[in-house]
Design a protein around this ligand. Structure first.
Ligand SMILES: [Ca+2]
Ligand SMILES: [Ca+2]
Ligand SMILES: [Ca+2]
Length: 158
């Protein structure tokens, strides 16, 4: 129940503030550690998406998008890999004797909320500096249109 209330408040803030002409607030508060990830996926755009389940109900509700710095097939043991890249996260897919390795940017380029957990992102922030969640992220898009600013004409038509 508490989770639902938290979500309702988040939605209320997001819907209210733009209509007051205040623009989108930066609501990014969390930069969850990679070890808490729910899953990850390399997309055809070459970016690596990592999903998180912040309210721990089993469904992804938060995503980070990282550049892939390097991708290659490796046959050496995985435990030797992390030291290569000065702490840049390493993901891999095992193909029998070899591993497809993806080394990604330390911090994300995009952060996205999927408030209603339907797989379509509702609110995206861009972090041009890729320096983690520290307040310099800016509103980027609302792919689901959940948080798009209302049209100035839409309220007078029933
Ligand atoms: Ca969730
Ligand atoms: Ca959604
Ligand atoms: Ca930042």
């Amino acid at each position: 129940m508490k989770r639902l209330i938290t979500k309702a408040i988040l939605v209320a803030i997001l819907v209210l503030l733009p209509s007051l002409g205040m623009g989108f607030p930066n609501l990014l508060l969390v930069d969850p550690p990679l070890k808490n990830k729910l899953g990850w996926d390399l997309k055809s755009n070459g970016l690596l998406y990592i999903s998180f389940d912040l309210d721990q109900n089993g469904q992804a509700d938060y995503h980070t998008v990282h550049f892939v710095i390097k991708a290659y097939l490796a046959s050496e043991p995985l435990k030797q890999l992390p030291g290569y890249y000065k702490g840049s996260p390493v993901f891999y897919v095992n193909y029998g004797p070899a591993n497809q390795i993806y080394v990604i940017s330390k911090k994300a380029l995009f952060y996205a909320f999927d408030v209603n957990e339907d797989g379509t992102w509702d609110l995206m922030y861009k972090d041009l500096n890729e320096d983690g969640v520290n307040g310099n992220e800016t509103y980027y898009d609302s792919p689901s249109n959940m948080f798009s600013a209302p049209s100035p004409h839409s309220e007078n038509f029933n």
